[in-house]
Design a protein. Sequence first.
Length: 396
Amino acid sequence: METFRLKNQAIKKIKQGYPLLQAGDFENQLNEARLPEGQWVKFTDSKNTYQAAGYLGRQNKGIGWILTTDPQEQISESFFVRLFKQAQDHRKMYFLDPMTTAFRLFNGEGDGAGGLTIDLYADFAVISWYNSSIYQQKKLILAAFLEVYPEIAGIYEKIRFENQNLTDSQFIYGVPAAEPLIVLENGVRFAVYLNEGWMTGIFLDQKEVRGALIEGVSAGKSLLNTFSYTGAFSVAAAMGGAIETTSVDLAKRSLAKTKEQFALNQLDLSNQRILVMDVFDFFRYAKRAGYTYDMIVLDPPSFARNKKKTFSVIKDYGKLVTEAVDLVKDGGLLFASTNAANLTMKKYKQMVEQALLEKGYPFLLKETYQLPADFRVTAAFPEGNYLKVLVYQITQ
């Protein structure tokens, strides 16, 4: 193993369980163009005393991950078998629930190996690689995964790092899944496509929010679902007894995809409006038309760009709230959601509530959601718990 010396402050963080390495953590300046990608490496202090082992690799955040602090532990196939078995044990309640057949099997650093996630969709797995270094250990990791899950029917992979020689998504093992593949979540049927780019048709981290809609929060109410993608929140609300839903997304594919999800659950489309348009344009249109809603879901991407403008959660979420809240009925609910990992819950809450205060509407925080249990996180790495959903009751 190649050895790298860490600064004392970085060693202190590692001892507290922090798994992510930054370029500034090293005693000698890293040559990021010549990292030993695809190799396990050892980290020591200034006296060359072992501190940890893991890997280095260029990625969206940080420069590498700690995998073990045990000097006797070898990072091998058996190491990953142990991690996958531990992750499996933590998800027993999901495996035993016949009403949910899509969930996360392995959640990166939360399960002991940053840069790698694995999702289950019925009998199929989807592996996401977040840097080239962990991807180069693919053969070893696949062997370990199949030892723990020999029954898996097929595997797809998503390449979430820049590499012009690799496709974003491809089928790599077993038999291909049906298109669409039908999965269950809280008893609701969803059509997913495992080989259409990075996204599959449903964001599994929102299962608890959709579960609340199914279990009665939406009964007898109207819902506006913005940035609706394939309409999963709308379908959940309709299954929970919503009298009508409106789904708005700028992507043309959202129309057919959302109709498919409603049809799959035998829901009457006459009570569901599906609009392909910019969300801010829809707000202006809805206000002119006098539309209001019992519930509004705001779940934008962290960053988006169209021909006319860009949207960033950090810069524009407050404006989104101020535009949307005018359409909430008296006593209605505003679901403010973001998956921006670079925004703390405290700062996000301040951002949303400042926008509400500026509008002058009394509000009450009714519920808070973060990642569900299958998206396992570690307290030592709070930014790993990226999902933040705040549910406010608004008084007009």
